[in-house]
Write a protein that binds this ligand. Structure first.
Ligand SMILES: [Zn+2]
Length: 258
């Protein structure tokens, strides 16, 4: 089948049949029942978005948009040695807990995060360990995507991809306790300096993931980080070169980032 654009508005059912070679946000994608696969030419990564058939196409579309932005913006060299063969993003339908999905129920049901929260109550989770196919994994609830609590519905997806980027592509000595980014987080806490978002203040890992989402979403976000957290901005600029961010936004919106 020749390449054709998948439309934002089409129902998931209508694309839930096996089609290949479609274009979505400038990426070649293949679509099988319940699964959309994006092939990121730049990074060589295969990104699967998997969802039960009841999940609305709009939720899949939000994830696909965020994936396109993220992988177009980041430095492809980061992924060349990543110990994963791809990324799989699951969407839990409606308000179902993420632990209702098969893989996640096995690994997370009845367990708590390091902060003591039950995984079943989380809206999104990323795993630092690859699955049996070597894929990095994260999961988000459909409800979180379709009733956004953030200015941009892509935010939580970029946040989870931020976690995956740090788990898989960033040297551990940079983000583990005592590392460069860990020290930046604690220094702000000690000096009572503002964080890029309220959630970023939770702990060093949320500080990193929130920074990625905020840095990528709008000029205003990256400007805030540059003005208020210079060392973090310098670090993020290495991961996401300015020119690539501008091109990624232009591909998604038809204009340069505002
Ligand atoms: Zn997080």
């Amino acid at each position: 089948m020749g390449a054709a654009a998948l439309r934002h508005s089409q129902p998931w059912e209508s694309v839930g049949r096996t089609v290949t070679g479609h274009l979505l946000y400038g990426n070649t994608v293949s679509c099988h029942p319940g699964k959309l696969t994006i092939h990121s030419g730049d990074t060589g990564m295969r990104i699967e978005i998997a969802a039960p058939r009841s999940v609305q196409w709009g939720a899949v579309d939000i994830v696909a948009r965020a994936v396109s932005l993220f992988f177009s913006a980041c430095d492809p060299a980061l992924w060349s040695k990543a110990p994963c063969s791809g990324v799989r993003i699951d969407i839990a339908p409606g308000e179902h807990p993420v632990t209702d999905l098969p893989y996640w129920s096995t690994h997370l049901a009845g367990r708590h995060t390091s902060a003591g929260r039950l995984f079943a109550k989380m809206s999104a989770v990323s795993s630092p360990y690859p699955d049996s196919r070597g894929f990095a994994r994260c999961v988000l609830r459909e409800h979180l995507l379709l009733t956004p609590q953030h200015r941009d519905p892509s935010w939580p997806v970029l946040h989870e991809l931020g976690h995956i980027l740090f788990f898989y592509c960033i040297p551990r000595e940079d983000w583990r306790p005592g590392g460069l980014l860990d020290r930046l987080y604690w220094k702000r806490l000690i000096h009572e300096e503002a964080y890029p978002s309220r959630y970023a203040a939770q702990n060093p890992q949320e500080y990193q993931a929130e920074a990625v989402a905020i840095y990528l979403l709008a000029r205003s976000g990256s400007r805030w980080i540059m003005e208020h957290d210079e060392p973090l901005a310098a670090y993020l600029a290495k991961l996401f070169p300015e020119r690539r961010i501008a091109h990624a936004h232009a591909a998604l919106t038809g204009r340069l980032v505002a």
